[in-house]
Design a protein around this ligand. Structure first.
Ligand SMILES: [Fe+2]
Ligand SMILES: [Fe+2]
Length: 185
């Protein structure tokens, strides 16, 4: 699948607002790929596809996650975690994407993980800092990327903020989210 085809399948599947976010993540990922010497085409593809399952039904996502033999721990979580692995599974199964870097970036964008690859880290961060985001403090993360050019530090800061936010909401936290935080600490 090339970037034009990828954009088309996402445009057909997602509401306009989420499609626009997906394109901005892809474009941000390409900018980051230039800085960190990553493959731009793969970064774009992973970015545009990462939220493909964002509006899918939880039970459908759990089914495809089971069929893909992904961790059973996923089954204890909802959309916020599930839509990454579900999209990776569908990209492999229905769109024949076999590139591990792209699949890992899509799969793990919802949690992060310890020891992420370059494109995985780029998508994890691009999703947080794309220009449409106005999360308090997002400018600090943009500076860590575009001024300090420190990708691991950005991953750490985002993990920390995500965990702090989730604790404030009294919700369960997926183990990979903690592993990501610890690894990049
Ligand atoms: Fe997402
Ligand atoms: Fe996203």
């Amino acid at each position: 699948m090339n970037s034009i085809e990828a954009k088309k399948v996402v445009e057909e599947k997602l509401p306009k607002k989420r499609f626009d976010h997906s394109v901005r993540v892809a474009e941000t990922a390409v900018k980051m790929a230039e800085i960190f010497n990553a493959d731009k085409d793969k970064s774009y593809l992973a970015g545009v596809l990462h939220d493909y399952c964002k509006y899918d039904n939880d039970n459908d996502m759990k089914q495809i996650i089971k069929e893909s033999a992904f961790s059973e721990e996923y089954l204890d979580y909802g959309n916020a975690i599930l839509h990454g692995p579900a999209a990776a599974a569908i990209m492999k199964k229905e769109f024949y994407i076999n590139d591990k870097e792209i699949l890992f970036a899509i799969k793990n964008h919802t949690s992060g993980r310890a020891g992420m690859g370059l494109i995985e880290k780029i998508i994890f961060v691009a999703d947080y800092i794309e220009p449409g985001r106005d999360i308090p403090g997002v400018e600090d993360i943009r500076n860590i990327i575009f001024k300090e050019e420190n990708l691991d530090q950005a991953v750490y800061e985002i993990s920390k903020r995500n965990i702090t936010f989730l604790i404030s909401k009294n919700v369960k936290i997926f183990s990979e989210t903690f592993k990501c935080y610890n690894y990049y600490n």
